[in-house]
Design a protein around this ligand. Structure first.
Ligand code: SI3
Length: 291
């Protein structure tokens, strides 16, 4: 398989919102030992990162690096609308923990101008010896980057690619065509197949924590030219993803991991705890798609 598969790592939280270290280590191990993913995307949306304090973010980066070591590729998402925090986290993960690749979400909420966005990225990588992958997720941030915006960001040689969580396939095709040497990692799991056909280098997503086997089989079928098989797997995957989305995304993935014996814990408030109905539905999803 030449294309890479990364799980967007979940964080296991205790009921009071503190990090469940044992559970978080178990999620890391499950991804390495059972899912056999190529890498982990740490501190992203799936990690519930944007609800966390700086010290908690640091602790999670530390736990993951300690557990995973150099077994798989690790990407640390350090982006924050507090640029000083983003720089502090970048410095911490690279210099103290030894992460080699960082990523940063586009700065959101204040409608930053493009020159401000470019300044943000150049500042984050300026003082660290690491490469950076832009995290573009317009549906959640409201920030859409154009082809020319990407071209300007990519002028910085330390900015090596994008985690592209977007359903704009025209822009994806234009990006692939214009930047053959930049890494494009696709972030919308339910649309993996069309993204593969446009030449992405791999994928990062939340559902790979529980559905990596199907994703890998789909990529293998695609690479072998067996498009019908790849499509059949995407259909099956999307039945699973529809069921997960219908029951509560992160809560359900955590419940599914628990069915697999992994202490995936709770989501962080204000995300709500799973109701009895959600637990029952999650068990049905597990039995139908993952057992
Ligand atoms: O940053 C991250 O944790 C991700 O990789 C997010 C990833 O793009 C996921 N998006 C969100 C908002 O969770 C997807 O994997 C998504 O959960 C999946 O495609 C289901 O819609």
């Amino acid at each position: 398989m030449t294309k890479k598969l990364y799980s967007a790592l979940l964080t296991s939280f205790n009921a009071d919102g503190t990090v469940n270290e044992k559970g978080t280590r178990e999620i890391v191990r499950h991804n390495i030992d059972v899912n056999h993913v190529d890498g982990l995307y740490v501190g992203g949306s799936t990690g519930e990162n944007f609800m966390l304090q700086t010290a908690t973010k640091k602790r999670i980066f530390e736990i993951v690096k300690d557990e995973a070591g150099d077994d798989v590729d690790l990407i640390a998402q350090v982006g924050s609308i507090d640029l000083q925090e983003a720089k502090e986290l970048a410095n911490y993960v690279v210099n103290d923990l030894g992460y080699k690749t960082i990523s940063a979400v586009t700065p959101f909420y204040y409608n930053f101008s493009f020159p401000e966005i470019k300044y943000y990225y150049d500042e984050i990588v300026k003082d660290v010896n690491a490469n950076l992958i832009v995290y573009s997720i317009p549906a959640l941030t409201g920030v859409s980057l154009s082809l020319d915006n990407f071209a300007k960001l990519f002028e910085n040689p330390k900015i090596i690619g994008v985690k592209y969580t977007n359903a704009d396939f025209f822009l994806l095709e234009r990006l692939r065509n214009r930047f053959p040497d930049k890494k494009i990692l696709f972030g919308t799991d339910e649309m993996l197949l069309p993204a593969l056909s446009l030449g992405v280098d791999g994928a990062i997503g939340s559902t790979y924590n529980v559905n990596a086997a199907r994703a890998k089989a789909e990529i293998e079928a695609f690479e072998a030219g067996n498009m019908q098989k790849a499509l059949d797997i995407q259909h099956e995957t999307n039945d699973l993803i529809s069921a997960i989305l219908g029951n509560g995304l992160y809560q359900t993935i955590k419940l599914l991991l628990q069915d697999m014996g992994v202490e995936a814990g709770y989501t962080k408030e204000p995300m709500h705890k799973p109701t009895p109905e959600m637990k029952t539905t999650a068990s049905e999803i597990y039995a139908k798609f993952l057992k």
